[in-house]
Write a protein that binds this ligand. Structure first.
Ligand SMILES: [Zn+2]
Length: 444
């Protein structure tokens, strides 16, 4: 019985996968844009004086991809002329359309025989990682998660915590042995991915973590201990509307998709919407950093706030990991200001370097450790770090909280080709394991 319904579900999701793949070909054309890297720590000079001033670009004509102490990456029209400016720069992505194309599955794959393997994999843990060979669209991921719940009913409970602006469910994967005597304190780790729609590798890495935890339980001593001693609340796709839109509209969309007071400017940056140190960003709704007109205006932030407030009654939230891309960084609180020192700063630093080291030991990749405020540029403009999930969870919910910005360091940026999914998943999972070990034994 379950097998028949499983096959039906798989075929349906295969059709949806194909549809999403075909639709993606009609997305926004980026042939007239490039991504520039400006070697400067003075970001406001680059944006205010050069991009907006000398080049005369409006908010919707450029897009800041990432910034840190050494550089700032900005997507700009191909037609700009930087001669006569005083800036040092290079072009990091010349052909955005082909970089975008590399992140979508080929239309010829996967065919549905392979798709059936996904279910087989989930159910019997054959060790094949077929599901992680490509990025997957929203409905396929949700179907896959439901299959995991069917395959591991003793470990997984899927919870819909509400509906987004466009009517998609916001799904939480609750992993627990459901035996309260095993975890009397309800020690819980919360993991989120995909708050920003275009950061696909953050979603695939959270899915890989879920898959590893489930398929290794009862087989590996480590995972068995984790699930016996900890609960996990995981949202792999925090921004389902935005993620869906990156598949069938604009691959580089970042915010959610709800209406604002300007009809042609949709979307609030969910990571500026949380009610700790929220600030009106004074940004026009067309901006990628738009925080909304009040805290929790982003539907997803509001649903999460309600859910986690309720969960906190019975769950003791020890840790929070929020995955983003790109930059290869481990960020600790606070994001909103560099002036406020976080509580148990030493532990946070130790954990940050431990997370970074766990990744380096696994893959050789270097992740820099820094305060989130430095990464955000909050010291230059306070609104850049306001209302983040990291600060919100750290301040009132979680003992230890981090944001990890995954690969790469800029060659592909948000457009990391699918061939890297597994490697990034593995190094992310190494960090998650280190985190679990620390939470279970903070004293070592
Ligand atoms: Zn992000």
């Amino acid at each position: 019985m379950m097998r028949v319904s499983t096959i039906t579900t798989l075929i349906c999701s295969f059709v949806m996968l194909l549809f999403a793949t075909v639709a993606a070909a009609d997305g926004v054309d980026y042939s007239q844009y490039q991504v520039y890297r400006f070697h400067s720590h003075n970001h406001s000079h680059i944006i205010e004086d050069v991009v907006r001033g000398q080049l005369g670009l409006k908010t919707e004509e450029y897009d800041v991809w990432t910034r840190n102490a050494e550089f700032i990456d900005v997507q700009l029209p191909r037609s700009i002329n930087l001669q006569g400016t005083d800036v040092s720069y290079e072009i990091v992505i010349d052909d955005l359309n082909s970089a975008i194309g590399e992140t979508f599955p080929l239309t010829s794959t996967p065919h549905h025989d392979n798709y059936f393997d996904i279910a087989q994999d989930s159910m019997v843990s054959s060790g094949k990682y077929f599901f992680f060979k490509e990025y997957r669209p929203l409905k396929t991921i949700y179907t896959w998660l439901d299959l995991l719940e069917q395959s591991f009913p003793h470990l997984v409970t899927m919870e819909d915590i509400g509906t987004t602006f466009e009517g998609n469910p916001l799904k939480v994967v609750h992993i627990s042995t459901k035996n309260s005597t095993m975890n009397p304190e309800s020690k819980t780790i919360v993991i989120t991915g995909g708050i920003h729609a275009r950061e696909w590798v953050s979603i695939s890495s959270v899915l890989f973590t879920i898959y590893q935890l489930l398929t290794k339980y009862g087989k590996s001593r480590r995972e068995t201990r984790y699930l016996d001693s900890l609960d996990f609340l995981i949202i792999p796709i925090f921004n389902p509307d935005g993620y869906n839109y990156t598949w069938n509209g604009d691959r580089l969309w970042k915010k959610n998709r709800q209406d604002t007071y300007v009809p042609q400017c949709k979307g609030i940056d969910i990571d500026h919407s949380f009610p700790y140190q929220w600030e009106d960003s004074k940004e026009f709704p067309c901006s990628e950093e738009y925080s909304g007109e009040e805290a929790l205006q982003a539907t997803e932030a509001r649903l999460w706030d309600t859910f986690i407030t309720c969960m906190k009654i019975k769950h003791n939230i020890y840790g929070y990991l929020d995955f983003h891309s790109y930059s290869q960084e481990v960020l600790y609180p606070y994001a909103y200001s560099c002036d406020e020192l976080p509580r148990d700063y030493e532990n946070l630093l130790e954990l940050s370097y431990g997370l970074s080291k766990a990744i380096r030991n696994k893959s050789g990749k270097k992740y820099k450790v820094l305060a989130a405020c430095q990464d955000r540029g909050s010291d230059i403009s306070s609104s850049l770090g306001a209302g983040t999930a990291l600060d919100y969870m750290y301040h009132s919910r979680a003992h230890w909280a981090f944001q990890l910005k995954l690969r790469d360091s800029g060659n592909h940026g948000f457009l990391l080709p699918a061939r890297h999914i597994l490697d990034v998943g593995r190094e992310t999972y190494a960090a998650v394991k280190y985190f679990c070990d620390f939470v279970l034994n903070p004293e070592h």
